[in-house]
Design a protein around this ligand. Structure first.
Ligand SMILES: NC(=O)c1ccc[n+]([C@@H]2O[C@H](COP(=O)([O-])OP(=O)(O)OC[C@H]3O[C@@H](n4cnc5c(N)ncnc54)[C@H](OP(=O)(O)O)[C@@H]3O)[C@@H](O)[C@H]2O)c1
Length: 308
């Protein structure tokens, strides 16, 4: 198939494009930056230069490629400030709202048969059991500082799932780890744990789901080839509370055991969002993705090596 990847040069794109190519697909990879064309050729893709926030450029890029499938992996997550979460995600939120709309319009005009978009597990509602399936409530009660970000995630999901002219597929990825991610050996979060700047807040009962970036890319290839309209959690088999995974990550890095701080101290340093992520988050189940995509993660648990 002819597959158009928006976000082809990012942490996910660099894993996804070569997998699509070796599965026999013709990949057109989008970047804003002319200088990254050689990187894309090296990954096996036809480079396409366009700004995702410019509707005309997107229409022309997709129109010229005439793909059968479009994959939306656009983000722009800079250094994360949990206290001002929405501010950190401002550009990513624009890519998830305006960027999604431009890509969908261009795809509809080009008669794209399947549209696969990136979402994130951490917006499941924080009530009921610790591990959520795709049918559970999602994104209805975000912490105040995360409202715009969760609204943008809901926008991608709704726009893609209600695009009845195509097979709209949403992948709720777990937290990425592995090459090029913020939990790679040189990643931002890994550095914070090494420096003792990532304490366990409160009881650390917030449950996180992780996924190795290579496994996330494998699931994305499966969705491109045989996904059906709907949502899939793309996470590993082992959702775990912060009080378990954070000390384990520190141990894997040879760092000191993370400090524990009470909620009110955590709130000063990480804001309400940080406290919620540490104490209330819910994890996700991958049962549907395994069953319906015929996908199994090669790294079933983050315990095998979160730090790479
Ligand atoms: N589920 C998760 O845990 C999750 C999800 C997403 C990201 N992350 C993490 O966030 C970190 C960095 O991510 P990042 O957001 O900087 O992404 P990234 O990995 O650099 O990828 C962003 C992609 O979006 C493209 N892009 C951004 N703005 C664009 C625009 N206006 N027009 C066209 N293309 C555009 C970039 O293309 P060019 O730069 O080539 O133009 C690039 O291909 C990584 O550590 C990653 O692991 C985690």
């Amino acid at each position: 198939m002819k597959v158009f990847v928006a976000g082809a040069t990012g942490a996910m794109g660099r894993q996804l494009v070569p997998r699509l190519v070796s599965a026999g697909h013709e990949v057109h990879g989008m970047t804003r930056t002319t200088a990254k064309r050689d990187l894309l050729r090296g990954l096996g893709a036809v480079p396409v230069v366009a700004d995702a926030l410019d509707p005309e450029q997107v229409a022309e890029a997709v129109g010229r490629a005439q793909p059968e499938v479009v994959v939306h992996q656009l983000t722009a997550i800079g250094p994360l400030d949990l206290r001002h979460f929405d501010r950190s995600f401002h550009l990513t939120n624009r890519l998830r709202t305006e960027g999604t709309d431009h890509l969908l319009s261009a795809s509809q005009a080009a008669g794209v048969g399947r549209f696969v978009a990136q979402s994130f597990f951490a917006a499941y509602d924080r009530t009921g059991g610790p591990v959520k399936s795709e049918d559970d409530a999602f994104g209805t009660s975000p912490p105040k500082e995360m409202r715009e970000t969760v609204e943008a995630i809901r926008h991608v999901e709704e726009a893609v799932l209600t695009a009845h002219w195509t097979e709209g597929i949403v992948l709720r990825y777990g937290g990425f780890y592995g090459p090029g991610t913020s939990i790679a050996p040189d990643g931002e979060q890994t550095e914070a744990v090494r420096a003792g700047k990532f304490p366990v807040v409160g009881d650390g009962a917030g449950v996180w789901s992780f996924i190795h970036i290579g496994d996330a890319a494998d699931a994305t290839v499966a969705a491109v080839e045989r996904g059906s309209r709907g949502v899939y959690n793309v996470v590993d088999d082992d959702p775990a509370p912060v009080s378990v995974w954070l000390p384990e990550l520190a141990a894997q890095l040879g760092a000191r055991k993370p400090r524990r701080v009470p909620r009110f101290v955590g709130r000063v340093f990480t804001g309400e969002t940080g406290v919620v992520m540490m104490t209330e988050l819910r994890g996700a189940s991958n049962a549907k993705a395994k069953r319906e995509l015929g996908w199994t993660p090669a790294h079933p648990s983050w315990r095998q090596g979160l730090a790479g």
